[in-house]
Ligand binder design. Structure first.
Ligand code: CO
Ligand code: CO
Ligand code: CO
Length: 322
């Protein structure tokens, strides 16, 4: 749809709508550029404070996916007056405020409107060095692909809304959605990553394909190495899928190749839309192990190499077993 819109063009517009990237980047001087992004969504968990914090972590993530540092943010609030009380609304905003503060980002204002359904998120402004931007279009053949968080938030939160899931799994998924991608981003920049994006609504497969397409390379993913929340495949088997499962399949038709022996439940997890997912980092295979070791040492415990970049099968994703 965006292809029908006119595209802004300016010598200082470093990343705009011409590529599918996580945020826009505008150069202010030789060593300083602005990173700008916005994201908001309907409640994903019951607890208002946690919802606000997850929505903020998710919005901040697009700045991290570019290798940037968040500075300021604006609240975006749509709320139904009848069903969401003033206290709940305050709790949501407090969650967002605290998460932004953890990121060193100041909330400096915002806007609210009445709406049928609650929605909350942030418009975030960050800074970045114009020569250190992690775009999606520079993955290189021979690179290793690193993923920093497990998959399955869509399936697990759907199961949570519709039935009962173990407390332990719910806590695990919530903690993961609350985690900022700040350390992963800093280390990706430090180790000289070639490309980076965060995994959100288009699932691992969708975001991976976006990067392969923009970079004009092929990706091979090792299914058994991909971190997944324990129990997610069982929930997929029971049918706890989001609408995104279907739309992601339609969107990606023709670009994916799966090993015939892969479990269909695992494939469902790979198509699962994520909220506040991890970073997918394309980095020289010579330093990828070192990056993963350092990520784990700094608390990004689930970071793993999940695939490689190839010259062959350009703009296609091949999922093998191991
Ligand atoms: Co993104
Ligand atoms: Co986004
Ligand atoms: Co990026």
């Amino acid at each position: 749809m965006l292809e029908k819109l006119p595209k802004a063009s300016h010598p200082d517009l470093l990343v705009g709508l011409n590529t599918i990237d996580d945020a826009g980047v505008f150069r202010l001087s030789d060593d300083l550029a602005l990173v700008q992004t916005v994201d908001f969504f309907t409640p994903i968990v019951d607890d208002p404070y946690t919802y606000g914090a997850i929505a903020a972590a998710n919005a901040l993530s697009d700045v991290y996916a570019m290798g940037g540092e968040p500075l300021t943010a604006l609240n975006i609030v749509c709320y139904p007056k009848g069903t969401v009380s003033a206290e709940m609304l305050l709790d949501i905003l407090r969650g967002g405020f605290d998460k932004a503060a953890e990121a060193g980002c100041l909330i400096v204002g915002g806007h609210s409107v009445e709406d049928k359904e609650m929605k909350y998120g942030l418009a975030v402004t960050g800074k970045i060095h114009p020569e250190k931007i992690l775009t999606n279009d520079n993955a290189r053949s021979g690179d290793a692909l690193v993923l920093t968080k497990p998959l399955g938030t869509g399936i697990v939160t759907t199961a949570f809304k519709l039935g009962i899931i173990p407390d332990e799994l719910y806590r695990c998924v919530t903690d993961s959605m609350l985690r900022l991608n700040s350390i992963a981003s800093k280390l990706a920049v430090k180790f000289g990553a070639h490309a980076c994006t965060d995994i959100t609504g288009f699932s691992l497969l969708g975001h991976a394909w976006g990067m392969a397409r923009e970079s004009k390379v092929g990706f091979v993913l090792y299914a058994n190495h991909i971190p997944i929340f324990a129990g997610t495949e069982d929930l997929a088997e029971q049918g706890f899928l989001t609408k995104g499962d279907r739309s992601n399949r339609e969107y990606l038709q023709g670009y994916l190749h799966f090993d015939k022996n892969l479990s269909q439940n695992l494939v469902r997890v790979l198509y699962d839309p994520q909220t506040s997912g991890g970073l997918l980092i394309s980095i020289s295979s010579e330093v990828a192990d070192e990056l993963v070791a350092e990520l784990r040492q700094q608390g990004v415990a689930d970071a793993r190499i999940i695939g490689r970049v190839t010259k062959e099968n350009s703009q296609q994703i091949t999922v093998v077993k191991a």
